[in-house]
Design a protein around this ligand. Sequence first.
Ligand SMILES: Nc1ncnc2c1ncn2[C@@H]1O[C@H](COP(=O)(O)OP(=O)(O)OP(=O)(O)O)[C@@H](O)[C@H]1O
Ligand SMILES: [Mg+2]
Length: 245
Amino acid sequence: METTPLLECFDVGKTFQTGSGAVRALNNVRLAIPQGSFVALVGPSGCGKTTLLHILAGLDTNYNGRLISRCQPNRMSYVFQNPRLLPWLTAEQNVAFVLQARGDSRHQARKAAREYLQLVGLSGFENKYPSQLSGGMQQRVALARALAVEPDIMLMDEPFGSLDEISARKLRSELLRLFQELQKTVIFVTHNVTEAAYLADKIIVMGTHPGRVIDEINVDLPRPRDYDSPEVSQIARRIISQLHI
Ligand SMILES: Nc1ncnc2c1ncn2[C@@H]1O[C@H](COP(=O)(O)OP(=O)(O)OP(=O)(O)O)[C@@H](O)[C@H]1O
Ligand SMILES: [Mg+2]
């Protein structure tokens, strides 16, 4: 079913001015993010994925072209490659912090924080500090924090890129479970082509020099998908072939 896209870009471009001249990071990007979809932005290092995600999130307004956002800024949340937790706060306090910042009472925020930590499989770890948690557990806290504000859309920049493969596999399948259960829209940046094929409904393949969209792949495979299946591998190979690797 076609619905009005939550976000749309028309001929979006971005140039960074640097001491050694202008860097054209994005050129003529046109894309649509359908509501309720899981969209992967995939491409090699330097193709402008993070730059594009910043523009889509409204974190960077200094671009040319047109962005149409049908999403309120306070209905978006952003997950970074590193968990970016506050080290002096416990897992529960890290999640509660963003809820209190948006006006929840301390009691409400702590209650919701516990619920979202449970949802990401961290019951029993509420009172641990980030330094007492593994990298995967810290990323789960970051995921709980992003979900706790009940966003319509989550923008995720290589959130599992620094994890070992076993933790990353587990978190990918849990993210999909949450995506389906909570009915979010997700934009997920990765340079892992199999991860993109496993997760996404729609894959936007980006190339470099300048950063641009080179292909858009709709993935119709039913979920749950098998990460190691020939169907997922076939889509991963199609991405690779577009990137001329
Ligand atoms: N603040 C900046 N100033 C100057 N150039 C920048 C800046 N940020 C990004 N760039 C340049 O813009 C291009 C795109 O960068 P971007 O970080 O968006 O790539 P990416 O696809 O996210 O790469 P990676 O996979 O390594 O994270 C690169 O050539 C980069 O050097
Ligand atoms: Mg990046």
